[in-house]
Ligand binder design. Sequence first.
Ligand code: E4P
Length: 218
Amino acid sequence: MKFFIDTADIAEIRDLAATGMVDGVTTNPSLVAKTGRNFLEAIAEICEVVPGPVSAEVTATDFATMLTEGRKLAKIASNIAVKVPLTWDGLKACKALSDDGIMVNVTLCFSPSQALLAAKAGASFISPFVGRLDDISIDGMDLIAEIRQIYDNYETLATEILVASIRHPRHVVDSAKMGADVATLPPNVLRALANHPLTDKGLDAFLKDWAKTGQSIL
Ligand code: E4P
């Protein structure tokens, strides 16, 4: 399973990329706004740090302007995945950009029928938002299971399921169990994956016992 990180904060991206766990990055207009940085410059810098797919989202809502924006974003680096919203204009833009050989991430997916359309439009990635569904008392992980089942029925659907709007490690574990291709994690969730109180407790005990031996490995 691939891990992307869901942030536009270059310091966080550098720090987490150094762990070797980061296969790509997703951004959205809200995450870019949080950094206060110039969008195009920030995306170019991220693409230099992470060689895997870096999602950069269009902000137009009509097909023609989405296409122009998408083509401009794709020129920033070869690892750009242009992110388009799951609207009819977004799907048309997805098809046109995919036909140009550009990776497309279709975002704001909340239903299996939307995911089916994105795959037919040639999306490289579909981003179902599990946390936002949980927020309205609909189990977001059920959507991942349904999309996995649909995509697995048709060899021609090559779109990768990129689980988005992840809130906690359980979302990541359940995504992996369901065979999702990618999870995009907020930095705090990626860090939390390694945490366990018994690990801390066990390490503490080992180090105390080791200190009693008075030995040193080096
Ligand atoms: C990723 O591509 C999405 O934009 C992101 O995961 C949304 O997460 P949120 O629901 O926490 O804003």
